[in-house]
Design a protein. Structure first.
Length: 339
């Protein structure tokens, strides 16, 4: 809540016969470039809807491109009030959010629009405990991504001996299981890692290869919805709890499974369009056979076992949580292999 907002409120309240209508200006930090499609198609319409629903009393200023802090620090920035609102990738802090990490398991989500709504609805059961030091708003996933490489990649055997920039901790573990080595850098630094030879391939959704300028570095692509990376919007808890009841309701009404699908839909479409652009620009796409997919699934099987073990350690029934997640995706028509 900005100081100018507090001063303005105090001055209005001091005028005789004038009711106080508190106004707030909030900061929203994310680490994507401002040209990323999620800002104009997702963040900005969401912010405008909040402004309209509040009668203009809530304004939100966007701070993109790591202006307020590094990508991996955005959760703590919201917790500590460095930003009022932050867009985070929980996978940038491995082990901290084990339940949320179910969204990182490969070969599960096939449709990121309805899948994001399903994931968000499922995670709301667990967010109050796992993200207890912030106000949890929503979770969404990008359009399913895959491997993009300097050399052909068709089966898990092609990962052995390669350096891979993974999307998150679960993908890093998968790369290790397949005999590769992970090069851990945030998305904004991925192009440099590949251009300088520190990484041979990357896991990204299709459109982001162009957004981050990596299309000149990788020409071979595994053509299947292999994984998603799941992000969340969280807010400073004291800020939200300090809002008047009517403004708090505006925030609550904009932090729902329905809104998570609205926010992510434009980004999903933009990412999906990148696949055809790859084809148009002469890149090589390899469609895995049923045998190939079985090999990918077999190589990924330990990841689910490890996820369950990490969740059981928190005193939560991992099998029940997993089954509920699968059921939520299935109901939304977003479970891979069933739509």
């Amino acid at each position: 809540m900005k100081m100018r907002s507090l001063i303005a409120t105090a001055l209005v309240a001091a005028l005789p016969g004038v009711a106080c209508a508190q106004e707030v200006t909030l900061s929203f930090a994310h680490w994507l470039p401002p040209t990323h499609p999620l800002q104009p198609t997702g963040f900005e319409p969401w912010i405008e809807s909040i402004k309209e629903a509040s009668g203009g009393r809530i304004a939100i200023d966007i701070y993109p491109a790591q202006q307020l802090g590094a990508a991996a620090d955005h959760y703590d920035m919201a917790r500590d009030g460095i930003a009022d609102i932050a867009w985070i990738n929980p996978g940038y802090q491995p082990g901290r959010f084990p339940l949320h990490a179910i969204g990182e398991l490969p070969l599960m989500m096939s449709d990121a629009k309805s899948g994001s709504r399903a994931f968000d609805a499922w995670y709301r059961t667990y967010a109050p405990e796992e993200m207890s030091d912030v106000y949890y708003c929503m979770t969404h996933s990008h359009d399913p991504g895959t491997f993009h490489s300097k050399e052909p990649v068709r089966t898990p055997a092609d990962i052995a001996g390669k350096n891979v920039r993974p999307a998150h901790a679960t993908m890093a573990r998968w790369v290790s299981l397949m005999g590769g080595a992970s090069v851990q850098v945030p998305a904004p630094e991925a192009r440099e890692a590949i251009a300088k030879g520190a990484a041979d391939m990357i896991t990204f959704p299709w459109g982001s290869i162009f957004i981050f300028g990596i299309d000149k570095e990788v020409k071979h692509h595994l053509d299947t919805p292999l994984y998603v990376s799941s992000q969340a919007i969280v807010m400073n808890k004291d800020m939200v709890e300090g809002l008047p009841d009517d403004l708090r309701k505006v925030i609550d009404d904009h932090c729902t499974p329905e809104w998570t699908e609205k926010v992510v839909s434009g980004w999903v479409d933009a990412e999906a369009a990148g696949r055809q652009r790859m084809i148009d620009e002469g890149h090589t796409l390899y469609k895995p056979t049923a045998e190939d997919l079985a090999a990918w699934r077999e190589s990924a099987a330990p990841l689910t076992e490890e996820w369950m073990a990490s969740v059981n350690k928190r005193g939560i029934d991992a099998q029940a949580a997993y089954d509920a997640y699968v059921a939520s995706l299935r109901e939304a028509g977003a479970l891979m292999g069933e739509n």
